[in-house]
Ligand binder design. Structure first.
Ligand code: GLC
Length: 479
């Protein structure tokens, strides 16, 4: 039986580079599919070779070529490496990718146009002609667009199906219409595909041209039908409604495993949660907070941006701080939020510890050492942190939106695996936190909740099956 061949194109992929959820998902989904469907699917990942991918041990040089992008001819090297049974391809061009940050450059449009074009252009070099190219977010949106235009009549490319997954519709790849020809090589009718509301919108073009549009949770796949969540793209989503699917992300349960994790102070599982409290003690000591196992410790690990719910947090902080609680906050983002937390730390030294930045080692220690994990997002396509914290027995408090709604059910009245609220108000957030604190006061109830939550299955098992089915629905190669 021939295998289903999928090329997963993403602007980041773990374990090589992950600045956020997309990178985590790319690596762990492919790993799960490769394990579960070893004989049925050959899924490979392609990503840019950034400067940030420092360790290149075992990288094999596949070849080099010159990729045309409008009037440009750009060098393109291709490397490969097999990791977790998945073949990763890397697109090398130092001019575009030898920079300290993956994103945020003046020419991001051109950088990812080059990458998208290169993915298609180098296929004959790979000895791997995919049945499906799975693109993700705006950075690879040009792949379905080019496939349906420039490559639509090319032998070998004609039958390739494309999928675009929306990890977050807030980021759409919007550029001045003036660069359509010069940078993206889109003219006339082709330009019309990306044109939206007087600008270029690459994600819009992908939504129009891909065979399937998928998002990272069921709830989010419905929410994006209205503009509050779709950020102006609702009209396009509605128009393409028959193509839309929602599949909840999973997490890599090997990487996030309190029983084996070398980055936490003490390993534990749902049978030995007394050891979780050694993590708490050590975390309190590391952060200079009073060492007391009975004070509920709330962790926050997030980008400090509005849609993660920071206005709600700020407006309820003073109220929550009247309770016997401690907070550890890790993240970076908008300067205003950063300053606020720094100021709060000054005023509540014995209750709050703040670290501005990203630090995956410290994040693990928070996941393991905290009692509660606060994630009150205004919108959340899927969210990964609530699943990781659950795996470590740290009970999530979330707002019911997108993937948070699909993964966490309120436990105030018994069954459930966290604490949830609906209204976008500080009062609703405070109420959920207080409900959690009341349960925390009852040691037996709390222990039971922690045990239950640690047992919830957030692995890729079920979702990998759904991805496989989605791929199969596009390609008929016989079982
Ligand atoms: C984005 C979304 C997040 C999701 C992740 C992976 O970062 O904001 O909700 O979990 O992508 O799909």
């Amino acid at each position: 039986m021939s295998k289903l061949k999928v090329l997963y194109a993403a602007s980041e992929a773990a374990p090589f580079i992950a600045t956020g959820g997309l990178g985590e998902v790319a690596g762990s989904l492919a790993k799960a599919l490769a394990e579960k469907y070893e004989d049925k699917i050959d899924i490979r990942i392609i990503l840019p070779l950034y400067q940030g991918i420092g360790d290149r041990t075992g990288f094999e040089f596949v070849g080099k070529t010159s990729v045309p992008l409008a009037w440009r001819q750009q060098y393109c090297g291709v490397y490969k490496k097999v990791e977790n049974k998945v073949t990763y391809y890397f697109i090398d061009n130092e001019y575009y990718f030898k920079r300290s940050e993956c994103y945020g450059h003046f020419d991001d449009g051109e950088r990812f146009a080059f990458f998208s074009k290169a993915v298609l252009f180098i296929l004959p070099m790979l000895d791997f002609m995919p049945h499906i190219i799975h693109a993700n977010d705006w950075q690879t949106s040009l792949i379905p667009i080019y496939l349906s235009t420039k490559y639509s009549s090319y032998e070998g490319y004609r039958d390739i199906k494309s999928i675009i997954t929306i990890h977050n519709i807030e980021y759409q790849g919007v550029f001045d219409l003036k660069i359509a020809e010069d940078v993206f090589d889109l003219h006339g009718k082709e330009k019309g595909i990306v044109e939206y509301k007087g600008a270029i919108n690459l994600l819009k073009g992908a939504l129009e041209t891909a065979h399937i549009i998928s998002t990272v949770s069921q709830s989010y796949s419905k929410e994006i039908f209205d503009d509050y969540h779709a950020r102006g793209l609702a009209e396009i989503i509605q128009k393409n409604s028959s193509k839309i699917r929602g599949i909840l992300n999973g997490i890599d349960t090997d990487k996030y495993n309190p029983e084996k994790d070398a980055e936490i102070f003490e390993n534990y599982n749902s049978k030995t949660i007394h050891k979780k409290y050694l993590n708490k003690k050590n975390l309190q000591s590391l952060t200079g907070l009073p060492q007391d196992k009975d004070i509920p410790l709330i962790g926050i690990i997030s980008r400090l941006v509005k849609h993660k719910g920071f206005d709600l947090i700020i407006n309820s902080m003073e109220e929550i701080l009247k309770e016997r609680v401690q907070f550890i906050i890790l993240g970076k983002g908008d300067r205003g939020y950063e300053r606020y937390f720094e100021y709060l730390q000054e005023s509540y030294r014995d209750k709050i510890y703040v670290r501005i930045g990203f630090d995956s080692d410290f994040a693990k220690k928070i996941y393991a050492g905290a009692d509660l994990f606060l994630m009150p997002s205004i919108s959340e396509p899927c969210g990964i942190a609530q699943m990781i914290s659950s795996r470590y027995g740290t009970i999530p408090i979330v707002r019911e939106t997108g993937g948070l709604k699909d993964s966490i059910k309120d436990a105030s009245l018994g069954e459930g695996n966290g604490f949830t609220f609906v209204d976008e108000t500080p009062e609703a957030l405070c109420d959920a936190v207080k409900r959690a604190l009341r349960v925390y006061e009852n040691k037996d109830d709390w222990k039971r909740l922690v045990e239950t939550v640690m047992e919830v299955d957030f692995s890729w098992e079920k979702s990998a099956e759904k991805y496989y089915e989605m791929y199969r629905s596009l390609v008929n190669i016989g079982e």
